[in-house]
Design a protein around this ligand. Structure first.
Ligand SMILES: Cc1cc2nc3c(=O)[nH]c(=O)nc-3n(C[C@H](O)[C@H](O)[C@H](O)COP(=O)(O)OP(=O)(O)OC[C@H]3O[C@@H](n4cnc5c(N)ncnc54)[C@H](O)[C@@H]3O)c2cc1C
Length: 385
């Protein structure tokens, strides 16, 4: 899964995380230095998967702070929880862009810097030395909130080897993580088109609404690229499942028995379950998985609008919570040609809807337009009478 637990625990530092040809990191052991202590094997969260049994409670949530909510992917709950930890002089770990537009795990210690972690980045984040740093803070008695994908949380807990009362964890419902190499190719493609380097990237702008979010690049030459999820080339490849990490097609961390204290998700389907909590600006679905999670939730609940929901009902609209995406047979071709084809041609070749479906969608939207027109004409005619 690329979690870095083995590389972080190795007492001889003889495990390095190296990129394969698809751009995903895997451990590589230098057997000249290895002392066969097997610590790497003992902390591997796949080899020693810990089963947890909890009884999660789900909530629909909206942060009262509209500015933070609009800057977040769903209801802006990550920031609320993280701010409280920082108020207690804690450190918050999560995914951020670095200067090369790569996605990496970092820690922040001030509320202002939480902005770096806010918002989903649809790329596998590199853990680097974050587990080691988190352990250092924990051992010194400092509070830590570690956030990431479910497998990154499992990797951290396995690496730590013991329970810390000053640690809290928050995972996300995860569709799967795209290749950092494919992302890099896409950034290069956009920068070439713009004739300038990217300065700020956001995957989830809500200008056209939360459900129809847009990807945006602000370039150093002050131009902007913005396109909604259906038309953005990278989002099309992501949602067609042609560039996810191989392990994501058989994820071992799906389900409702999670290792984290809190789980964050988009409350897709909120319009059907709790329409009064849907204004298309972003609603979060939260699972409170543990006593620690309940404590974190209780601390912030006065700063949000929330309502308990039936967890089984809620995940009906969010299958990523409980099952892996299906392997797309086109993935092999997409990955094999990612270096040789320009990004737009690559996506056109492997991510277009089949002709039949495109025709069906066109016919459907044509019929819809005619129905709306007929309805309007009827309204005008009856008003004239
Ligand atoms: C790769 C990926 C796939 C996702 N798939 C789904 C899905 O299928 N269904 C669903 O309901 N929700 C999914 N989410 C979660 C969702 O997009 C929101 O992140 C979540 O609802 C939290 O929103 P928020 O408004 O509370 O906070 P935000 O401020 O939007 O969230 C910030 C949090 O996300 C973490 N984060 C951002 N990017 C990454 C990353 N690359 N790796 C690890 N952690 C990251 C940050 O560390 C921080 O904890 C996914 C997120 C990611 C990153």
């Amino acid at each position: 899964m690329g979690c870095h637990a083995c590389a972080s625990i190795c007492p001889k530092s003889c495990i390095s995380m190296e990129s394969d040809k698809e751009g995903f990191l895997y451990p590589n052991v230098d057997y000249n230095l290895c002392i066969r202590c097997k610590q790497c094997i003992n902390v591997c969260p796949i080899i020693n998967k810990e089963e947890v049994m909890n009884d999660p409670v789900a909530y629909s949530c909206i942060n009262n702070d509209e500015t933070i909510r609009l800057d977040s992917s769903s209801g802006g709950i990550f920031t609320l929880v993280a701010e409280n930890v920082i108020d207690r002089d804690g450190a918050v770990f999560g995914a951020s862009f670095n200067d090369q537009s790569e996605v990496v795990h970092v820690f922040v210690e001030t509320k202002e810097n939480l902005e770096q972690l806010r918002g989903s980045k649809y790329v596998q984040s590199k853990i680097g030395n974050s587990y080691k740093k988190a352990k250092e803070f924990l051992d010194s008695g400092r509070e830590v909130l570690f956030t990431g994908t479910p497998c990154q949380i499992a990797g951290l807990k396995s690496y730590l080897e013991k329970l810390y009362t000053n640690l809290s964890t928050m995972d996300i419902v995860c569709h799967g993580v795209p290749s950092p190499d494919v992302w890099h190719k896409y950034v290069e493609f956009r920068e070439t088109e713009a004739g300038s380097l990217a300065q700020r990237i956001a995957f989830r702008r809500k200008d056209e609404g939360w459900k129809r979010f847009s990807v945006s690049f602000l370039f150093k030459n002050n131009t902007e690229y913005r396109q909604n999820l259906r038309n953005d080339l990278f989002m099309r490849a992501f949602l067609k499942d042609v560039c996810l990490r191989p392990a994501c097609y058989d994820c071992k961390y799906k389900g409702l028995n999670r290792q984290s204290d809190l789980t964050l998700a988009d409350f897709w389907g909120v319009q059907n379950i709790l329409p009064e909590m849907d204004d298309d600006k972003g609603t979060s679905l939260i699972f409170v998985n543990s006593e620690m999670g309940q404590r974190l939730f209780n601390e912030v609940k006065d700063k949000m609008l929330y309502q308990e929901v039936d967890i089984n009902e809620a995940v009906k609209y969010n299958s990523a919570a409980i099952k892996s995406v299906k392997y797309n047979p086109k993935r092999d071709g997409f990955m094999a040609e990612k270096e040789s084809l320009p990004f737009d041609k690559l996506v056109a070749k492997y991510c277009n809807e089949p002709l039949q479906r495109r025709i069906r969608n066109k016919v459907r939207s044509g019929i819809k337009k005619i129905l709306v027109k007929t309805k309007l004409i009827n309204i005008v005619n009856s008003a004239r009478k």
